[in-house]
Design a protein around this ligand. Structure first.
Ligand code: PBG
Length: 337
């Protein structure tokens, strides 16, 4: 009689054999976080040489286009290849229809031109949402009851998409979860011979309290009512999946789940249900929460961020949109070795 008969369990099966030799453990380890998979969300404001720290988002600032170029230098050098731009629009430029989104002399357009001039290869997405441009702060033209009018809002957004891409944006990211947002914008881009321009759709966007720090930063909180018509209820995983699948069928280039951390199961569901590249947005509240954790003795913020970003990739995201992108060098220190 020699040895063991049951090879499917202890003692024949010992997982520690794979862990006790450091180089074997290293050989078998899944890839760590990489800068090239991160997209940095950046806030813009008018002016020259302005870099205004954002109180609700420590480590982040609101930049005038020229100072954004300066801020981008180290970020690009650290290996981050893409950004998404959000404008903080002056109150005097807001109107009920958000028409200044079309103004090619405006902040967003200028920033795109300046950034692409200095960093021609950097992938630049323009967030496409009327909420930063409307007086009432809703993501579109609204009726008397405050409900967003889907089709007329998309007319403006399609025109804005064409102009943004003509001015050098690599793509647009429609964020209102309007029905048909991908197909109508795709049509408009095709008709304007912008067939190379990308659409990254906020395809699955939840109604979340984790956006509050962002809303403080750009001042787009709805003055009355909420965005329930433009966002999915947090408990509704079937609708969450359906929305992303619909956008894939409308030829979205990249899908998105937002927020990320409280929705890892949704990231997994979407990544397993579509063949489209998937971005996950590690939103402002998740970032601020992790940042402040260090001040409360919970742990080094970069170590915590490393663990959280790892979980988002592990869930199935191909790209993570994250405010940590400008601090990626500190985070990579925590890649396991
Ligand atoms: C809408 C938009 C928002 C965020 C990204 N795009 C805010 C909103 O829906 O009110 C939030 C991202 C974050 O919290 O970091 N343009």
């Amino acid at each position: 009689m020699i040895g063991t008969t049951n090879f499917g369990s202890f003692p024949a099966l010992r997982m520690r054999r794979l862990r006790t030799r450091p180089l074997l453990r290293d050989m078998l380890r899944a890839p760590g976080i990489e800068a090239r998979r991160l997209m940095w969300p950046v806030f813009l404001q008018e002016g020259l040489k302005v870099k205004e720290p954002i109180p609700s988002l420590p480590g982040q600032s609101c930049y005038s286009p020229d100072s954004l170029v300066e801020a981008l230098e180290p970020v690009v050098n650290s290996g981050v290849n893409s950004i998404i731009l959000f404008p903080r629009v002056a109150e005097s430029l807001k109107c009920p229809e958000g028409r200044s989104i079309l103004n090619e002399e405006g902040l967003m357009f200028e920033a795109i031109r300046v950034v692409k001039k200095h960093f021609p290869r950097l992938i630049v997405f323009a967030d496409l949402d009327l909420s930063e441009y409307t007086i009432h702060g809703h993501s579109g033209i609204i009726d008397d009851a405050g409900v967003v009018l889907n089709d007329s809002t998309l007319e403006i957004l399609s025109e804005a998409a064409v102009r943004l891409c003509r001015n050098g944006a690599d793509g647009v990211a429609p964020s209102g979860m309007l029905d048909g947002q991908v197909s109508l914008i795709r049509n408009a881009l095709e008709q304007s011979e912008l067939s190379d321009s990308l659409i990254m759709s906020y395809s699955t966007k939840f109604d979340s309290r984790f956006y509050n720090c962002f809303r403080n930063a750009v001042n787009n909180t709805p003055q009355h009512g909420n965005r329930a018509d433009c966002q999915i209820s947090r408990s509704d995983s079937r609708q969450a999946l359906r929305e992303s699948i619909m956008d894939e069928r409308e030829a979205a280039d990249i899908l998105m789940v937002k927020p990320a951390l409280a929705y890892l199961d949704i990231i997994k569901d979407v990544s397993q249900s579509t063949d489209c590249p998937l971005a996950a947005y590690n939103v402002s509240g998740e970032y601020a929460m992790t940042w402040h954790a260090q001040d409360h003795g919970i742990g080094n913020r970069y170590a915590l961020a490393h663990e959280i970003l790892t979980s988002i990739f592990r869930a199935g995201a191909d790209i993570v949109i994250t405010y940590w992108a400008n601090q990626i060098s500190q985070i990579l220190e925590y890649n396991e070795r």
